[in-house]
Design a protein around this ligand. Structure first.
Ligand SMILES: *Cc1c(COP(=O)(O)O)cnc(C)c1O
Length: 391
């Protein structure tokens, strides 16, 4: 019988050492010694496989990447120093001057910046598309389109895209579909099974889930991971053994943590929907969500993020944040601790108001990364802040 998600996450482990350790040990070493000059020569020429130098590969990052690839249903994987280095390394390994990339407008701010400000200097063209505009996706492909990049659920509107549909469109156009699966994690959705070619992660978020370490990963076919590895081992955004070890342990509890994040998020979303000071609530597993049917088809649960629009615009949003007592005010997400953000005055404040509007950032938009505290305390904090912030 094929083992289930939780079992794979807990029981996948590299071969044990002579000590028969029960849990994966930390290999805190920058290099590995050769038994002989001949062995060194064989390792360097690639004739034999083995560890040489931790920038090239190390047992802890292999352990983390192999396990995550299994959870994503991908053939292979590689760990990177952060989510952004996973995204950037994917672009750098697979794009060259003269190529074209299509990206959803609703993506993480730094991903947007890389595509708009760094890739063009290297002769790579881009087009941004509104994630929900099917006609625009169809029209965006060009002869030289090589990659299509998106997040679903998207940041911070939680809009979704039918990945199966888009993967087909990409393949008809000889382009690869890259999905940033940070918000859902493989526990809630596996883009590869829906036709995506590459999955990238910021492991800093739900995968670690405890706000401790930076990390990232790329999961794909062996052939594509080989290309990414070639770029990463030479250019250096390798994940450290210590962070890899932490993240491998984090994956063991991903399923139970995500279950609780999702239960708490659905309860908060339901509460917000009934509150007279809230204009609109966006959560993929609320029946009122416009893409609810797609969410049910594509995801196992709704995820840990909830967004809503508070009455009173920017001023009220700011006042609400300042009235919170339990929630943390930080730009991070996917932590045990509940976090509230007001994108218009924080994460998306650099965009003009026209650009904000284009990516769905309404002045009163609040985003909650719902943590693992008791749901009664989470709701009570939101309730008192809603009362206190009334204009
Ligand atoms: C945080 C984040 C990233 C970037 O990850 P880092 O680990 O901070 O480099 C990429 N995509 C999404 C959706 C994110 O939330």
């Amino acid at each position: 019988m094929k083992r289930k998600f939780e079992t794979i996450a807990i029981r996948t482990q590299l071969e044990k050492s002579q000590y028969q350790e029960h849990s994966i040990p930390l290999y805190l070493t920058s290099s590995y010694a050769f038994q002989s000059a001949e062995e060194g020569a064989a390792l360097f020429s690639g004739v034999s496989d083995g560890y040489m130098y931790s920038r090239v590969s190390n047992p802890n990052s292999d352990d983390f990447a192999i396990k995550l690839a299994l959870l994503e249903g991908a053939e292979a994987g590689i760990a990177t120093a952060s989510g952004m280095s996973a995204i950037f390394s994917t672009f750098a390994a697979l794009l060259k001057s003269g190529d074209h990339i299509i990206a959803s407008k609703s993506i993480f701010g730094s991903s947007h910046h890389v595509i708009e400000n760094i890739l063009p200097d290297w002769g790579i063209e881009y087009s941004f598309v509104n994630i929900k505009d099917e006609a625009a996706w169809n029209k965006a492909f060009k002869q030289h389109t090589k990659l299509v990049f998106l997040e679903s659920p998207a940041n911070p509107t939680l809009d979704l895209i039918d990945m199966q549909w888009l993967a087909n469109l990409c393949h008809q156009n000889d382009a690869l579909l890259v999905v940033d699966n940070c918000f859902a994690t493989p526990y809630l959705q596996q883009p590869v099974s829906l036709g995506a070619d590459i999955v990238v992660h910021s492991a800093t978020k739900f995968l670690d889930g405890q706000g401790r370490v930076m990390g990232g990963a790329i999961l794909s076919s062996k052939k594509i991971i080989e290309k990414c590895h070639s770029f990463i081992q030479k250019s250096g955004p390798t994940l450290s053994p210590f962070n890899s070890w932490m993240l491998s342990k984090s994956l063991e509890t991903l399923a139970v943590r995500m279950d609780r994040h999702c239960d708490n998020a659905l309860a908060l979303a339901t509460y917000l929907e009934s509150h007279p000071e809230i204009e609109q609530v966006r959560y993929p597993f609320l029946p009122s969500f416009e893409q609810y049917e797609l969410a049910k088809r594509q995801m196992n649960k709704g995820g840990g993020l909830v967004s809503c629009i508070i009455k009173g615009g920017v001023e009220r949003g700011r006042k609400f944040l300042n009235s919170l007592e339990l929630h943390s005010l930080t730009a991070n997400l996917g932590d045990t601790r509940s976090i509230a953000t007001h994108p218009a005055s924080t994460t998306h404040s650099k965009l003009s108001s026209a650009q904000q509007e284009e990516v769905g950032i309404i002045p009163g938009l609040l985003r909650f990364s719902v943590g693992l505290e008791h749901i009664d305390d989470i709701i009570a904090d939101v309730e008192q802040a809603l009362t206190k912030s009334k204009l």
